[in-house]
Design a protein around this ligand. Structure first.
Ligand code: ZN
Length: 492
């Protein structure tokens, strides 16, 4: 027989036991079953500098456990002998459709952002991709698009009409500012600039755009006004222009593809950025691992004098659609028509110096259209890991991964707080993860065949969903989510 008080005690003891057994902290024998577990991988996290064999447990798209203990999961990935690292974050990816996302994720990219050119219509841009993306996506509000709209040009990828040719009136500058402000209120990640494509944009016009960005704490992702060494009109002067704009307005500055703009001046530009940072200016930069750039042959980049600016000739241009090298005759013909052209303007030394420099992030500047384009779209990240880390020993694996994960996340997290949960392997972080083989990871895309999947990327998870499985792209899953700033808010 049990008395009433004994019954009470028994109930208390029983409930206490129930609490103990439900708590994984107190009783590890009652194991949680995770959605996905990744076992026995070499986990590398650039934020904590962890580089050790661990098991990772994931539930509801979030990392829940990182441990040396055993874990149970409904889905188990054996990562023995493979590296497990945060998914790569590409700050500069123009191609933003399922064709491009497939190549990106096979290269280890879990977040691809179009921040240089951006868009003119932020809401529509995000709506077009909702529920239809295999990786995370995001966009800037673009100065180029705003300028084309203010001048009543058709809004194309790059300007070739009025916006490419003339100075703006005060009223047009006001119109552009209003468009930027609207885009930022609608959650644009950053403000994008391609000043070289609008050579008549005054320094005052650029300053006015930076002032808008500063109010929203938005970084300005800038393709500089000039390339190369030749003065007047050098890349050094172009960098001075935007470092000054950052200092005057307080807007954070991110200089895109520093090695393709800088060419032989790249080391000087990197030195200037280091010095600006030492004076507490928020200036960052990125590069990609190729000796050729690519852009539209119709754009202002090929205005009179381009050979001298880049130090190249017609034969250093390769027409993307056919792979042919150009002559004066074919250049003139294609310039009227428009289309993508590869520009062989850099050297291996320039590329390697840029990659090694601790200031640079890795970003691809990629775009493929029906399989045509630059190999950087499909191969940037595995090329750094295979060619520059493994084969040439130009930089350490940890440093390379930091440039692909933590640094780009940190670049954006002041304006986009959700980026604090990307680029890291940490409990509570988004389960955007790449699992690869250091011995075989390599790019396969070339200038002649740019639409080739990379090799050595064994698994990729986006928000906890497996998008690459045993080296194969899964084509029927769309776990990508928008990367977007909070709506409406200004910093000051
Ligand atoms: Zn560019």
């Amino acid at each position: 027989m049990i008395t009433k008080s004994r019954l009470c005690k028994a109930i208390i003891v029983c409930s206490l036991l129930a609490v103990l057994s439900a708590s994984p902290l107190l009783n590890s024998s009652a194991k949680e079953v995770y959605d996905v577990v990744i076992l026995n991988g070499r986990v590398i996290d650039p934020e904590t500098r962890l580089d050790a064999v661990r098991n990772v447990g994931i539930s509801a798209g979030v990392i829940k456990a990182i441990t040396s203990n055993g874990l149970d999961g409904r889905k188990v990935i054996d990562a023995k002998g493979l590296v497990v690292t945060p998914g790569f974050i590409d700050l500069h990816q123009h191609g933003q459709d399922q064709e491009n996302y497939g190549y990106k994720v096979m290269d280890g990219v879990t977040t691809a952002l179009e921040l240089e050119v951006g868009t003119g219509d932020v809401d529509r841009w995000y709506d077009d991709r909702a529920g239809r993306a295999s990786i995370n996506y995001g966009v800037s509000i673009g100065h180029l698009a705003a300028r084309m709209a203010a001048m009543h040009d058709p809004v194309e990828f790059l300007p070739s009409g009025e916006a490419a040719r003339r100075a703006a009136t005060d009223a047009e500058i006001s119109d552009m500012k209003a468009q930027l402000e609207h885009g930022l209120r609608r959650g644009a990640v950053a403000v994008g600039f391609g000043i070289q494509y609008v050579p008549k944009a005054s320094s005052w016009e650029i300053l006015e755009m930076f002032r808008v960005a500063a109010r929203f704490g938005a970084s300005c992702h800038v393709h500089l006004r000039n390339a190369g060494l030749k003065e007047p009109g050098s890349s050094t002067q172009a960098l001075e222009e935007v470092i000054a704009a950052a200092a005057i307005t307080g807007a954070p500055l991110h200089v895109v593809h520093i090695q393709s703009t800088g060419g032989k001046a790249t080391a000087q530009l990197l030195q200037m950025i280091g010095e600006a940072r030492a004076r507490n200016l928020d200036v960052t930069t990125e590069c990609y691992p190729y000796i050729a750039g690519m852009t539209d042959i119709k754009s202002a980049i090929f205005n009179e004098g381009w050979q001298e600016v880049f130090g190249i000739e017609y034969k250093d241009l390769q027409w993307a659609a056919t792979g042919e090298r150009l002559t004066k005759e074919s250049f003139d013909r294609y310039r009227k028509q428009g289309g993508m052209v590869a520009v062989f303007s850099m050297t291996e030394e320039i590329v390697e110096e840029a990659l090694k420099n601790p200031l640079t992030m890795i970003a691809s500047d990629g775009i493929l259209a029906s399989g045509k384009g630059h190999p950087r779209t499909a191969g940037t990240y595995t090329r750094v890991l295979g060619r520059y880390v493994r084969e040439r020993g130009a930089l350490s694996l940890m440093d390379a991964l930091r440039k692909m994960t933590l640094m780009p996340a940190q670049r954006l997290e002041r304006r986009v707080p959700s980026m604090k949960n990307k680029g890291r392997i940490r409990v509570g972080a988004d389960a955007d993860l790449v699992i690869f083989d250091t011995a075989s990871v390599i790019d396969k895309s070339t200038y002649d065949q740019p639409a080739k999947y990379s090799e050595g990327i064994k698994y990729v998870l986006v928000n906890g969903v497996v998008v690459v499985k045993d080296g194969n792209l899964q084509t029927d899953v769309y776990p990508g989510r928008p990367v977007r700033a909070p709506m409406g808010t200004t910093m000051r």
